[in-house]
Design a protein around this ligand. Structure first.
Ligand code: GLY
Length: 336
């Protein structure tokens, strides 16, 4: 496959997203700015992707699991970079899934008041969603992704070879986000080859981010299925992975939209058929604490006064404010 390049157009912060097989090694050195003396590679022990930047480089490992996505991890990384002598003109290369690019991107945004970062997503979820768009964050005990920044990478390289060793659960997680694009975009891209599906999602996301980098409007649609997903991840103490929780969140959003008269049963059925196509389960775990989940909605960072939900409807997917908790509860009971 030829390498495809999708541009995220953000004026002086524009950057390319490369998607291809065998593209990482040839492209990466050409993306290192001439001012950089050192590259700090942030990754995890089990990822094992070889990185050759052509300049002095050192690898910094973070552990796995949503629990390490904290300010403590950021502080530790920044300390290690400081001890090594990393400066603002150097560069960070974040190699891994959404957790690594979120943590690496956030640390890059604040270390020495910000330095360049290149993301090398190695999971499907990272490629179709997390690595592009500049959202970085860590969690607080009170909620997911509550502390972070908008910090655009200077490039994203989706090396498709890294997917060859992806565990089954990681595929499901990526497909959870991919299913989201089915509903927020207008095309059914289920029949495309994987590389084309990834490109389709990246193109769509690049277009949305180019139009609304800071999520003051259209970008909110990228959070389809995420309000319940974030609450479920917290309520289940991250036993559910993000993409798995998004799949349930998407089905739940359809149920809420149906109860509000925004969509009909056919569209709900379409939600189920797409989620099934991607091998995703969308029932609420039986032990779910519905009251707690609804309480967690109000803590989600998208909540302003009423509970903000991204819902399907006659005008497509849009942000809707809901104050009727009875409907939220009823929709959840329907998914048990
Ligand atoms: N993952 C949602 C966004 O980037 O806006």
């Amino acid at each position: 496959m030829e390498t495809t390049v999708v541009d995220v157009n953000l004026g002086e912060h524009s950057y390319p997203v490369f998607i291809g097989t065998g593209c990482l090694q040839p492209i990466l050195p050409s993306l290192i700015p001439p001012t950089a003396r050192r590259a700090a590679v942030i990754t995890q022990e089990n990822i094992g992707v070889e990185i050759a930047t052509g300049i002095e480089q050192k690898t910094f490992y973070i552990a796995d699991g949503e629990h390490i996505k904290t300010l403590t991890t950021i502080e530790k990384l920044c300390s290690e970079w400081a001890k090594w002598g990393l400066t603002r003109s150097d560069i960070i290369i974040a190699v891994g899934g959404g957790l690594v690019t979120d943590v690496g991107g956030f640390a890059a945004s604040i270390y020495h008041r910000g330095l360049e970062v290149i993301h090398v997503p190695t999971t499907l979820l990272g490629m179709v969603d997390a690595a592009t768009g500049g959202k970085t964050a860590v969690n607080l005990p009170e909620g997911k992704n509550l502390v972070g920044s908008f910090w655009q990478p200077s490039a994203v390289v989706c090396e498709l070879e890294t997917l060859l060793s992806l565990p089954e659960r990681e595929w499901r997680c990526g497909y959870g986000e991919m299913a989201k694009y089915h509903f927020i975009g207008s095309n059914d891209f289920r029949q495309l080859e994987l590389a084309e599906q990834i490109t389709h999602c990246v193109r769509f996301k690049a277009d949305v981010v180019s139009e609304d980098e800071r999520e003051t409007g259209r970008r909110a649609i990228l959070n389809y299925g995420h309000t319940l997903a974030h609450a479920l991840e917290l309520e289940k103490d991250f036993v559910l992975a993000h993409g798995e929780a998004v799949a349930i969140g998407i089905r739940y959003a359809a149920e809420v939209a149906r109860l509000l008269g925004r969509i009909d049963q056919d569209r709900v059925d379409e939600h189920e058929s797409v989620l099934k196509h991607y091998g995703l389960s969308y029932t609420l775990p039986p032990s779910s604490d519905i009251e707690k989940l609804i309480a967690l909605f109000s803590r989600d960072k998208k909540a302003v006064e009423k509970i903000s939900f991204v819902l399907d409807g006659p005008k497509g997917i849009e942000l809707v404010e809901i104050d009727d908790k009875v409907i939220l509860k009823k929709a959840m009971e329907a998914l048990l």
